[in-house]
Design a protein. Structure first.
Length: 402
């Protein structure tokens, strides 16, 4: 029975429209709107100052209009996604510099209550503590001191009654103490963020390496035995659930590999194993899984196929290997392999199927190597079939009863 998903609430739909559905963009917009509260406080202060006769109505209108335009500008830039073109999508430094400029303007026109504007400078800088890099923090700090100092000098000259020298000196000393402190904290937090990010990246890389070591053979890069068993269990469960999915297993052994190590050294032997892995992966399908089972033995999971079709894939690998240079140091060296192939019966444990493939492998080696022998699952014909190979041409391809 189909149950429709519950409709989004009006509040949720509205938040998606106003704040975007992208989590990072939502966070940036929320922080920007939170910073707008500082401007709201500044507007309320202006209204009070105008009511008390400390500011002219014209100055209130001018400053309030500037604040509203500033807020709308940053909201539009963030909501439109234009900010994503910049290295810092939050545009923290430009927003802080714009806010400081407006606050300095408010400081210059609020007359007797201008001292209350000073704390807004520190509050704006605090918003940048979590995002500003050390260089940005220094720029914001220097700009704040220079802008406020310039405004004080101008107002002390043009309006000494409301901006007396002694009071302005006290204000500047207070700002000069607070602003660099906030800048220093921003630099320290930025360094901490950088270290944490580096540690997070290193941890992620270490986890990837651990996962590779846990699932891959270091020499060949193939799936290792432990992980192959997990893969086989997954395919077994899939077969039991669907009843249609089927697969075959082939146990492959490189012929006379010990002779290669004894004659040419283990370095050449390692090259042979690596080259065989590469050649075999080229010959098999993308859906097949090749694992290093141990030493010179490999286990192949041939997915969604019959033994007849699986033989075709193994013979394709054999043909590619016949022409491959398996050891650059010994270019004349060629490699062959013997294989035991069987199909999996969902009523049996996996180790029984692997053991059956192993028996077929030993029969292939006993029959002269460089060939593939098939032993069917017990529910099918318990007959060991020999596949004709180039090495077996001219020999009788008779069946043997196990």
């Amino acid at each position: 029975m189909f149950f429709p998903e519950p409709a989004l609430s009006v509040y949720t739909r509205l938040s998606h429209v106003l704040l975007s559905t992208d989590p990072q963009q939502r966070l940036r917009l929320q922080r920007s709107l939170l910073a707008a509260n500082v401007f709201l406080a500044c507007c309320l202060l202006q209204v009070y100052a105008a009511w008390a006769g400390f500011m002219s109505v014209d100055n209130v209108k001018w400053l309030t209009g500037t604040i509203v335009l500033n807020c709308l500008l940053w909201y539009t830039v963030l909501r439109s996604g234009f900010n994503l073109r910049f290295a810092d999508p939050a545009l923290t430094l430009p927003q802080i510099l714009a806010a400081i400029t407006i606050i300095v303007g408010a400081y210059a026109v609020t007359g007797p209550v201008h001292g209350s504007v000073m704390m807004l400078v520190a509050l704006v800088l605090v918003f940048g503590v979590f995002n500003l890099k050390p260089r940005g923090a220094r720029i914001a700090s220097a700009y704040s001191l220079l802008a406020i100092g310039a405004a004080q000098l101008i107002k002390m000259e043009t309006d000494p009654l409301h901006y007396p020298f002694k009071l302005e000196v006290a204000h500047f000393v207070l700002i000069a103490a607070i602003v660099p402190t906030i800048s220093s904290l921003a630099s320290q937090l930025s360094s901490m963020r950088a270290r944490l990010k580096q540690q997070k990246d290193e941890l992620a890389q270490a986890l990837v390496r651990i996962q590779i070591l846990a699932t891959r053979d270091e020499l060949t890069g193939l799936v290792n035995r432990r992980h192959m068993m997990d893969v086989l269990q997954q395919h077994r469960k899939r077969l039991q659930r669907s009843g249609h999915h089927r697969f075959c297993l082939a146990l492959v052994d490189l012929d006379h590999f010990k002779r290669v190590n004894d004659s040419h050294g283990h370095g050449v032997g390692d090259d042979v194993l690596r080259q065989f892995a590469q050649v075999a992966q080229r010959g098999l399908r993308d859906t097949d899984v090749l694992a290093r089972w141990g030493g010179e033995e490999f286990l192949v999971l041939l997915n969604d196929t019959t033994t007849e079709q699986a033989q075709v894939g193994l013979e394709r690998v054999r043909e590619l290997l016949a022409d491959a240079v398996v050891a650059p140091a010994v270019p004349q060296l060629r490699a062959t392999f013997s294989a035991g192939l069987t199909d999996y019966d969902c009523t049996e444990p996996l180790d029984v199927c692997i053991e059956r493939a192993d028996r077929a492998l030993y029969a292939a080696k006993a029959a002269g190597r460089n060939r593939t022998l098939v032993e069917a699952a017990p529910t099918r014909s318990p007959v060991l079939l020999q596949l004709d190979t180039p090495a077996a041409k001219g020999e009788a391809a008779s069946a043997r009863i196990i």
